[in-house]
Ligand binder design. Structure first.
Ligand code: 6PG
Length: 240
């Protein structure tokens, strides 16, 4: 596991964009395509905008990049809370990514149906090969959740299914989410954490005695795990 601390969100986004470029080039050179899983919430916006900028966009062969989502809210794709909409506005539309490369969770359907259809989409994409994403982006919630793997929810105990509808009583909603086994099959996983509000949970997740946070389930079996955090989010970490 690598922990990288940046003075600002812009510096974090710059590093994340450069990492995306490197992973994309390596994946396309190795197996002709780059399968990346985007996260939701608000933090990814800075990374999307950096990737779509003139500084980074020309460095990627976008025709071979396939976009997936690690979780989605049970809202239509044009809803303000939609993780797809966040990426569409700040990354996919500005880059003109073709629909064939956008693998959206059909969150307008009932959650169980949306999860089953996404699982089928993954089967269609990966075929008989391993479901191994090249890069997975994740965020960290103040309760230690990641993707839509929230504390005390059923999805945490899922060992077989790869995409599930996960009821989140605290939010009074059901979300569609990857399970930890699917995320842990990735070649590379990167967490983006910004803001002083995440300082305490980040310390507990990375250095605490308790191991009950969902984000602590993320440990790629045969891949890299990197935490990209800003200085304000790292304020409570033991001095390195
Ligand atoms: C979501 C995300 C979720 C997010 C964290 C952090 O759908 O909300 O997948 O796991 O990454 O809640 O969100 P922020 O980056 O907005 O703090």
């Amino acid at each position: 596991m690598s922990l990288l601390v940046f003075p600002s969100a812009d510096e974090l986004a710059r590093h994340a964009a450069a990492s995306f470029v490197r992973h994309a080039a390596a994946a396309i050179a190795s197996h002709d395509r780059f399968a990346v899983v985007l996260s939701g919430g608000s933090t990814p916006r800075i990374v999307f905008r950096k990737l779509a900028s003139d500084e980074f966009a020309p460095q990627v062969d976008w025709s071979n990049v396939h976009f997936f989502w690690g979780d989605e809210r049970a809202v239509p794709p044009d809803h303000p809370d939609s993780n797809f909409r966040l990426a569409q506005e700040h990354l996919l539309a500005p880059l003109g990514i073709p629909d064939s490369n956008i693998h959206r969770i059909e969150s307008e359907r009932p959650p169980d149906e949306a999860a089953a259809r996404y699982d089928a989409d993954l089967t269609a994409f990966f075929g008989d090969g391993p479901r191994r994403f090249d890069l997975v982006h994740l965020g960290l919630g103040e309760d230690g959740h990641t993707a839509s793997l929230f504390p005390d929810t059923v999805a945490l105990g899922e060992t077989q299914a790869r995409v599930v509808a996960n009821a989140v009583p605290r939010l009074q909603t059901t979300r569609i989410t990857f399970t930890a086994p699917l995320i842990n099959a990735a070649r590379a996983v990167e967490f983006f954490v910004t803001g002083a509000s995440k300082a305490l949970v980040l310390r507990e997740v990375l250095f605490g005695e308790n191991h009950h946070y969902p984000s602590q389930m993320i440990c790629p079996k045969d891949g890299t795990l990197t935490w990209l955090v800003t200085a304000d989010a790292a304020a409570e970490l033991p001095k390195q």
